[in-house]
Write a protein that binds this ligand. Structure first.
Ligand SMILES: NC(=O)c1ccc[n+]([C@@H]2O[C@H](COP(=O)([O-])OP(=O)(O)OC[C@H]3O[C@@H](n4cnc5c(N)ncnc54)[C@H](OP(=O)(O)O)[C@@H]3O)[C@@H](O)[C@H]2O)c1
Length: 263
């Protein structure tokens, strides 16, 4: 006998299947959380990545109470392959595909951090999330993304990952030379270019997006940009048309109408 609960679950699954789905890593707070809110309002089905599922579920409950729908918390720690694989299995069973991956989870490391004194362990820890974690999540979800008829991968980088800008003494952040963070985002940028190249003949857009210097826990709320503005910038360069560019580096800190940053 089909119970009311079964019918409700079936209805929920059918509705979810018709919507575009997005996975956002590190979405339980700050910029990732705001991307979740804005994409939910745009009618996407959002998997809110959280390395602590309890925290993720509590955030989703609060979002639902405030009118944000079609969001599900999913445990994913980008440094733990077992959680990434388990998340993939859940999304595969519920959606059969994934349309958008936003690799947002990131750590700052310490600042200031001189290159001559930076500890190898400290650099490795930052790379584990900002670089290897992104590769690991992306590789695991590529199979599901290839099942989308229009896939997007947005790697959330930083202007601090630009080698060109770091070489310019007139750049406003020229003095922000934190070794671990800068090198991890520069490496992420290189990964983005190479991945975009590999997927260029498929219906994929792979871009690196810098939300701009934003007030979050990340920088003790020192940035001038708001999470609302940072998230809408990321979304603008993620929900792009099929004839849009791939392999670009967009930055919210670039004062140019193209919003394209030098690598
Ligand atoms: N804020 C800025 O000014 C700024 C500027 C340029 C670029 N960015 C980039 O924007 C992204 C988001 O930054 P934010 O300011 O929102 O940072 P945040 O306030 O520190 O939040 C970081 C999020 O990432 C999660 N996270 C950290 N390590 C993780 C891991 N290994 N696996 C899964 N999740 C993990 C955190 O989870 P927990 O809650 O469990 O710690 C949290 O949800 C980062 O990639 C950052 O580099 C930020």
């Amino acid at each position: 006998m089909i119970s009311f609960l079964n019918i409700a679950t079936l209805f929920y699954n059918l509705k979810a299947l018709k919507m575009k789905s997005v996975l956002i890593t590190g979405a339980n707070r700050s910029i990732g959380l705001e991307i979740t809110k804005q994409l939910s309002k745009k009618g996407l089905f959002v998997y809110l990545g959280s390395r602590n599922l309890e925290k993720g579920n509590a955030v989703v409950k609060e979002l639902n109470e405030n009118g944000y729908e079609n969001i599900k918390a999913i445990e994913i720690d980008s440094t733990k392959p077992d959680t990434i694989l388990a998340a993939k299995k859940i999304i595969e069973s519920e959606q059969g595909k994934l349309d958008i991956l936003i690799n947002n989870a990131g750590v700052s490391g310490i600042y200031p951090e001189s290159t001559s004194e930076a500890s190898i362990t400290g650099i490795q820890e930052v790379f584990d999330t900002n670089f290897f974690g992104v590769i690991s999540v992306t590789q695991t979800f590529l199979e599901l993304l290839k099942k989308s008829d229009s896939a997007r991968i947005s790697n959330i980088t930083s202007g601090l990952g630009s080698l060109t800008l770091h070489s310019d003494p007139n750049w406003k952040y020229y003095n922000f030379k934190a070794t671990s963070y800068v090198t991890s985002k520069a490496a992420l940028n290189a990964f983005t270019i190479i991945l975009a190249f590999e997927l260029k003949d498929l219906n994929f857009k792979v871009n690196a997006i810098d939300p701009g210097y934003t007030a979050t826990d990340f920088n003790h709320h020192s940035g001038p940009c708001t999470v609302e503005n940072a998230a809408s910038f990321i979304i603008k360069h993620t929900l792009t048309a099929d004839d849009a560019a791939t392999g670009r580096f967009y930055s919210n800190d670039i004062e140019d109408e193209t919003e394209v940053s030098p690598w």
